[in-house]
Unconditional design. Structure first.
Length: 318
């Protein structure tokens, strides 16, 4: 009897905590459209629909009108235009909220089903991750560069447990390649996974994973599988390396002490968790998780706009 009551009490606490997390996501997600250039994406989607082809010329710039332009986010623009046409602004806000919620659910799945993380730690990590991620979950193409990598991590981890095919990462990468230029993070994740199977880094491995290498190769090729080929990736790299551009936009600026001081206390708490886990975990035993954490910290150092990737890439380590 006591055991049954304890289980019921435990279940009630779990459902209560889960409800609070969902309410937190809804609180951040169900907000007015904040992106000043969002309507530009909708207009591009409309023009793509009307032209019945992917646009390759700049239609809107004053100085660069009709110049060649590799708009890699065309899939997102078309998708946003369709949602706006069908459901208006409320539909777009609900879409953003749904993708944010699904991303958090994916992280919860990783914690509970893959890593067997204790309930209290799971809720703590997610409670810290939500405010660290929310400011980039707006009605813009980058939301797909957070949600899809979370799904890809689930595919990889299930493959590590010999519970599924790793090759699902290729179609997911293909979708992301045509929805947002942040797709380059995916081949980096797959390279880390393949490299971590080296016998010197993984005592249970006798040779490097063939499936891991083929998945890395497949996601690399999928990253270029857009109407613009390599030009879209080249544009992304040029954009990330433009120092004047990064200096004048705060969200593109490299991580600094000033940016850290402006972050919320919960975001700083999550970063502290990450650093503690990274410093005290044994690299020889956790090469895959440590590699992901390094990638997460490196992307964060390139700009605060990459902050949502930190929880996605570091939850496996913590």
């Amino acid at each position: 009897m006591a055991s049954s009551e304890a289980k019921s009490s435990h279940a009630a606490i779990l459902w209560g905590c889960a409800t609070l997390l969902v309410l937190a996501v809804l609180r951040y997600g169900l907000t007015p459209i904040a992106g000043y250039d969002f309507w530009w994406h909708i207009k591009l989607g409309e023009q793509t629909w009307l032209a019945q082809e992917v646009l390759s010329k700049d239609l809107f710039s004053t100085n660069g009108a009709n110049s060649t332009w590799a708009y890699q986010d065309w899939g997102s623009a078309l998708f946003f235009f369709a949602i706006h046409k069908l459901a208006g602004i409320p539909g777009l806000v609900l879409l953003k909220t749904l993708i944010f919620l699904l991303t958090i659910i994916a992280l919860a799945y990783l914690c509970k089903k893959i890593y067997n993380t204790p309930d209290a730690l799971t809720f703590l990590l997610l409670a810290l991750a939500i405010p660290a991620m929310e400011f980039r979950f707006t009605e813009r193409p980058q939301i797909f560069s957070f949600f899809i990598p979370a799904l890809i991590l689930i595919v990889i981890e299930r493959h590590r447990l010999k519970d599924g095919s790793i090759y699902w990462v290729v179609p997911l990468t293909l979708i992301l390649a045509n929805f947002h230029r942040g797709v380059l993070i995916v081949p980096a994740i797959l390279f880390i996974y393949w490299f971590s199977t080296h016998p010197k880094l993984n005592s249970s491995s006798t040779k490097m994973s063939v499936d891991g290498f083929l998945a890395f190769l497949g996601t690399t090729l999928a990253s270029f599988s857009t109407p613009f080929g390599f030009s879209s990736i080249e544009g992304t790299l040029n954009l990330a390396g433009t120092s004047s551009f990064r200096a004048n936009l705060s969200e593109w600026a490299p991580l600094s002490l000033d940016t850290l001081l402006q972050a919320s206390p919960l975001s700083l708490a999550y970063l502290t968790f990450t650093l503690i886990a990274f410093l005290f975990v044994r690299p020889q035993k956790h090469a895959w998780q440590c590699g992901l954490a390094i990638l997460g910290l490196l992307t964060l150092s390139r700009g605060i706009r990459m902050a949502p990737l930190l929880p996605i890439l570091t939850i496996p380590l913590i």
